[in-house]
Structures are given as structure tokens and as C-alpha cells.
Design a protein around this ligand. Structure first.
Ligand SMILES: *Cc1c(COP(=O)(O)O)cnc(C)c1O
Length: 363
């Protein structure tokens, strides 16, 4: 069966092998006579699925032993509240705003702590990363928050800041929803990372949190118990019923990633995929990407037709060729191609071939 290429920003494309395996196991997982959806989360079968998923993820992302991996719910947006409820102590927290997602985090956290804007790229339309040397970091900040890949604006940190070298003692919190597992993570620079699964790990419903152990136990009294990181960690993500089927699907994706050669191998492919598309756009006078080349996202490529009156025709032609969900986010307009791990090189080649053809046709 040939499937179209799905460029959705999320929920997004999943590896075909993973979907096929899930289909095979739908009615009877491993001789249990049950679908994973029908199992007790505390039973032997599901506990083994969950433990395997955690171990595989720890291996893939090289998560150090002093970090906990938590499987939660609520998505990235819930974490915008859950993180300050757990880590802020109600005090100062600094935000680096580089696009819509960090902007949302900044705004939500204001309900729970004394937010400060360390840097903001709004003036250039969220197309750059302000140099870390100029960030206004407060000495009493409980943590510093940034979004390491801005899904909507297509801005990615290719290197995480070294806050200690900038004279800050604060742990760094990253929202890595849309590029988790697309590249290695430098955990020496991170205190907590969170991400919804539906971009690059599996179906919606699962939220991944990776948190350094010394940051547990700081939650405000008003923090809901089910969202208290220490409570979740002490109960191996089973304080309440976790999103069992989403964990199972993410686990299958982790095994797929291991078969692909791991996150380092994925990164090399992702570099090649993104380069193909950006090089084509930059070489064209018909399409444009406005993000500074040094911080362009490998995962989410927003681009525009210089003549926007042709947008509808572009999207219709793409759809007819099996190139799906290319419409840009409503706040930015234009187009967006998301090139997550499960998007093969062939998909990017097909997109570039179509873009070239469309340009010729319209000339
Ligand atoms: C998609 C996304 C979110 C929001 O995730 P939800 O699961 O919808 O809450 C947050 N941050 C980033 C970077 C995202 O890409």
C-alpha cells in the first residue's frame, strides 16, 4: 500500500511499520487475548510495556541516571502551568520568547509566579534567536524557560545555552515537544524537558517529562496531586491511570528509532532532509523562508509563496499529488512542511519536485 506524504505539524505522521505492528497486535497483544487498550495499567503485561518504553527512551536520548522519565497527560499547554506549579516556588522565573509557544508559556506561568522576559524576538517577527550573552537573567530566578523548537515559527535552538557560563545558577527548562528524538539532548545544560508526544513520538494523549531528581519536591501546595512531579515519579507514572495506549504506541516508535540507528542517525537524516528543502527555497525567487539560517528548524519549515494569491492553487495541487497538510499555521499564514522523524527523504524529494513544477507552471 502506498500512502501519501503527511506534512502535518501535529498530530503528525507515524512510521508505517509502527502502525502495522499496532494493527497486528490490536486484538491480541502477545498472546494475552487483550488489546493493550483493554489491559489494567497495573497488570504484568502493561507494566512490562511501560518499563520497556521507558528503558528504550532512556537509551535513545541518553538520559542520565539522575533524571526521572515521567509519562503524563495534558500536553505541552498543561505543562505551561504544571512546570511553574512544581518548580517556581511562586518566585521569579525568566522566559526567552522566540515564538508562539514560548509566548504562551510565558503568559500562562504568570498565573503562578513572577515572570520576567529575558529576551524576546517579537520585533523581527519571531525569525531569530537573541544572543544569550544579552539575556536579562535575574539572579533569583527559580528557572529559565525556552522552547527549543518553535513549531509555528520554525525557529530552533541548535545549541542549548550554558546558563552557568552566563553566570546563572538557575536550571534550564525546555519545551522540546516538536523536536524531541530528532537529535541528541545535552542534558548537562537541562534541568527539565517536556513535550507532547503527538509531534515526533506517537499519538496525542501522552506528555513526556524528563526532570532532574534534585528538582522534585518543590511543588506549591496548590499543585494538583496528579501533576506533582514527585508524586508521579514515586509512583512510576502510575499515580493515576496513564495514557496506556499512547505509551504503547510511543514504545513501538522507540523500538523503530533504535532499528533506524538511534537518535544520532536520525539527526543526520533530519539534517539532510531539511537541507534539501531549505536549499531549494533559498535558490528560488518564487518561495521564501524568513527565518535566520543559523536558527532554522529542521522539523518545521514555514515558507511563503511570494505571490500569496496562488496559495489555494498550491495547496490543491499538493493534495492531488498526495502531499498533505501543508497549510501554514493561521497566525503565520503561508505554508509549513513538518519533517519529523517518520517523514522519509522520499517525501521531501516529492515535495521539492512538486514545488519546482508548480513554480514552472505558474511562471
Ligand atoms: C504542539 C506544541 C505544544 C502544545 O501541545 P498540546 O499537546 O496541544 O498542549 C506546546 N509546545 C510546542 C513546542 C508544541 O509544538
Amino acid at each position: 500500500m502506498t500512502r501519501p506524504f503527511n506534512f502535518s505539524a501535529g498530530p503528525a505522521v507515524m512510521p508505517v511499520e509502527v502502525l502495522e505492528q499496532a494493527a497486528r497486535e490490536m486484538l491480541d497483544w502477545n498472546g494475552t487475548g487483550m488489546s493493550v487498550m483493554e489491559m489494567s495499567h497495573r497488570g504484568k503485561a502493561f507494566v512490562s510495556i511501560c518499563e520497556q518504553a521507558e528503558a528504550d527512551l532512556r537509551e535513545l536520548l541518553a538520559v542520565p541516571a539522575n533524571f526521572k522519565i515521567l509519562f503524563m497527560q495534558g500536553g505541552g499547554l498543561a505543562e505551561n502551568a504544571i512546570v511553574p506549579l512544581n518548580l517556581s516556588g511562586g518566585g521569579a522565573v525568566d522566559f526567552v520568547v522566540t515564538g508562539s509557544w514560548s509566548q504562551k508559556s510565558f503568559k500562562e506561568a504568570g498565573k503562578y509566579c513572577a515572570t520576567g522576559l529575558a529576551a524576546n524576538n517579537e520585533a523581527d517577527g519571531h525569525t531569530s534567536i537573541p544572543p544569550a550573552s544579552g539575556w536579562r537573567l535575574r539572579p533569583d530566578a527559580a528557572y529559565v524557560h525556552l522552547c527549543s523548537n518553535e513549531t509555528i515559527h520554525g525557529v530552533e535552538f541548535h545549541e542549548l545555552p550554558d546558563l552557568a557560563a552566563l553566570g546563572s545558577q538557575a536550571p534550564l527548562v525546555i519545551d522540546f515537544s516538536s523536536h524531541v528524538a530528532s537529535r541528541p539532548v545535552d542534558w548537562s545544560r537541562v534541568g527539565l524537558a517536556f513535550g507532547g508526544a503527538q509531534k515526533n513520538l506517537g499519538p496525542a494523549g501522552l506528555t513526556l517529562v524528563v526532570v532532574r531528581e534534585d528538582l522534585l519536591g518543590r511543588a506549591l501546595d496548590i499543585c494538583p496531586s496528579a501533576f506533582n512531579y514527585r508524586t508521579v515519579a514515586n509512583n512510576a507514572s502510575m499515580f493515576n491511570t496513564p495514557p496506556t495506549y499512547a505509551i504503547y504506541m510511543a514504545g513501538l516508535t522507540f523500538q523503530w528509532l533504535k532499528r533506524q540507528g538511534g537518535v544520532g542517525a536520525m539527526e543526520q537524516r533530519n539534517i539532510a532532509k531539511a537541507a534539501l528543502l531549505y536549499d531549494f527555497i533559498d535558490g528560488s525567487s518564487f518561495y521564501v523562508n524568513k527565518v535566520q539560517p543559523s536558527c532554522r528548524s529542521r522539523m518545521n519549515v514555514p515558507f511563503f509563496l511570494r505571490d500569496e494569491s496562488r496559495n489555494e492553487a498550491f495547496l490543491a495541487g499538493a493534495q492531488a499529488r498526495g502531499l498533505l497538510q501543508l497549510k501554514g499555521h493561521k497566525s503565520v499564514g503561508g505554508m509549513r512542511a513538518s519533517l519529523y522523524n517518520a517523514m522519509p527523504m522520499e517525501g521531501v524529494q516529492a515535495l521539492v519536485a512538486y514545488m519546482r513544477e508548480f513554480e514552472k507552471e505558474q511562471a
